[in-house]
Write a protein that binds this ligand. Structure first.
Ligand code: ADP
Length: 510
């Protein structure tokens, strides 16, 4: 059992519901492992606590073993035992909590989407703190993420700091304010939070009803540092249109709230070494990219007779946030403009899933369109590598990783100007002089309708078809942009250090 830090750096413990590649649903998983790796590289001791899901990618965990430590944690008036496992993922020490609770919280064959998700993750948040307490950890920072582990912040200050787990500052990152985990007050009480004390408009009470508790609001109120995943999104969520009901709370706590643009794991997402690709390539030799495109076309049964027919890619969760009506439109527009279209997407929303299943069926033998409606890591790499263009027409987008991954693989992004897309995709044709030429890397649009989308998409097609050399230069430019975590991890490091030194200064005064 790793105890507390002996290195001069900080001791940071992340408590989260996802981590790539073992348990990844979306961007949160990518961020967890990439940010942790970047902080570890800077000399900090980073540990991670995850639920032990039955459906994890176990082959990505080294030396998984059960610890000789049974942690008992409180839930619904009783104590429950938890088995604690430890293993190494991507070089990082990870604790996995297996609750020995009759509801078998993490034996459901999936990460999220269960009717009792609130119980599953509030139980986990409490058990994670109990683990740190019983193991005698003295972290400098406990970093929790999204509503699933937002409970950590109030639990820490109300229950665990008084018990002696009090060395840490709490950092909360919200990766998407759409998901707040709001629930009736009585349900949130199960994990031991004192609801009478917390159910107030300035604490955890949801704006929609006095009987509902909002875990994300609680984490904003009770954390020392609150971040979200891009500067533009941080501004958007402070407005009544973008704040999903939390703008008032975010404004009240504005002095501790910042937006830091995510990076991507540039070792993992690297076309020059990517083991999922048939042909590796780099910005100076794009032969492999063309070969991958042909291989993907062959694999999906698409026509490969014309290598100059642009392939448009899209890899996404199919939820309203992602602009599903524009994704659907893009399929038809690609055909009209003489392109090919490949969508890799899965949807937790039944009517969207049905709609796309119908479209997939309609095009199942088409020579220029293929829809693959599932989650498939290997295929995602081939699509990034094969795409000439990549669409991200989101209605809102906290950060978005796919535009950055696409660029790393030489696919030109066509993105709506919102959230993190607005901080990472800059229009090559923009007449805004404040954006330097070297940053201009794609095509953007503002109005989320078909006309708005075409305004960017058609320009991309024109460029591709009329200026081969210029297009190649653009590919070269986007592949050389630094999307690594170095800069962003330094910003987190700075926030952690400031918060820790403020706490130490306050202790000295006291
Ligand atoms: P979000 O977190 O909202 O889903 P992001 O753009 O931040 O969106 O992150 C999406 C991540 O999930 C990327 O790494 C992307 O490649 C991956 N992804 C999304 N859908 C699929 C899919 N169907 N198959 C494989 N990977 C996917």
């Amino acid at each position: 059992l790793t105890s507390s830090s002996s290195s001069p750096g900080l001791h940071v413990i992340h408590i989260a519901a996802e981590m790539a590649p073992v348990a990844k649903v979306g961007g949160l998983g990518d961020v967890l492992s990439a940010l942790s790796k970047a902080l570890q590289k800077k000399g900090h001791l980073v540990e991670i606590v995850l639920p032990k899901y039955d459906c994890m990618q176990y082959e990505s965990i080294q030396d998984l073993r059960v610890l000789d430590l049974v942690v008992e944690s409180y839930f619904d008036g009783q104590l429950f035992k938890n088995k604690i496992w430890i293993g190494t993922v991507e070089g990082l020490p990870v604790y996995f909590i297996e609750p020995l609770h009759p509801a078998k919280f993490f034996w459901r064959g999936k990460t999220y989407g269960e009717p009792d998700d609130l119980k599953r993750f509030s139980f986990f948040s409490r058990a994670a703190l109990e683990l740190l307490h019983q193991a005698g950890k003295k972290p400098d920072i406990i970093h929790c993420h999204d509503w699933q582990t937002a409970f950590v912040a109030p639990l820490y200050w109300d229950l665990y700091a008084p018990k002696g787990l009090n060395s840490a500052r709490i950092c909360f990152t919200c990766h998407n304010f759409e998901y707040q985990g709001t629930a009736p007050a009585s349900e949130v009480a199960s994990c031991g939070l004192d609801i009478h004390h917390l159910n107030r408009p300035d604490r955890m009470q949801d704006h929609s009803s006095p009987d509902r508790i909002n875990p994300v609001k609680g984490a904003i109120v009770f954390s020392n540092i609150v971040t979200t995943v891009s500067p533009t999104y941080a501004q958007e969520v402070r407005t009544s249109q973008g704040g999903q009901g939390l703008h008032g709370t975010l404004n009240a706590h504005a002095q501790k709230f910042v937006g830091i643009l995510n990076g991507i794991d540039t070792d993992y997402w690297n076309p020059a070494t990517d083991g999922y690709l048939r042909f590796q390539y780099n910005a100076n030799d794009l032969e492999g990219k063309a070969e991958n495109k042909k291989a993907l076309q062959r694999h999906l049964g698409l026509s490969f007779s014309d290598s100059r027919r642009p392939l448009v890619g899209c890899i996404t969760r199919l939820v309203p946030q992602k602009g599903v009506h524009l994704i659907r439109h893009a399929i038809y527009r690609s055909l009209e403009l003489g392109g090919q279209f490949v969508l890799l997407g899965s949807s937790p929303v039944p009517n969207i899933r049905r709609e796309f299943e119908e479209i997939a069926k309609k095009f199942e033998n088409h020579e220029h369109v293929r829809l693959i409606l599932k989650y498939d890591e290997a295929l995602s790499h081939s699509i990034y590598a094969s795409s000439d263009m990549f669409i991200i027409p989101s209605i809102f987008e906290p950060c978005g990783l796919t535009q950055m991954i696409a660029m790393r693989y030489g696919a030109i992004p066509i993105a709506r100007k919102t959230g993190g897309l607005n901080d990472s995709v800059f229009d090559v044709d923009d007449d805004d002089d404040t954006i330097p030429i070297q940053l201009r890397n794609g095509y953007t649009f503002v109005t989320p309708d078909e006309q708005g989308f075409n305004g960017a998409f058609d320009r991309a097609f024109n460029h591709y078809k009329s200026d081969n050399e210029g297009w190649k230069e653009l590919i070269n430019k986007v592949m050389n942009i630094d999307f690594s975590w170095d800069t962003s991890a330094s910003q987190y490091e700075e926030l952690y250090l400031q918060s820790v030194s403020r706490a130490r200064a306050a202790l000295r005064v006291a």
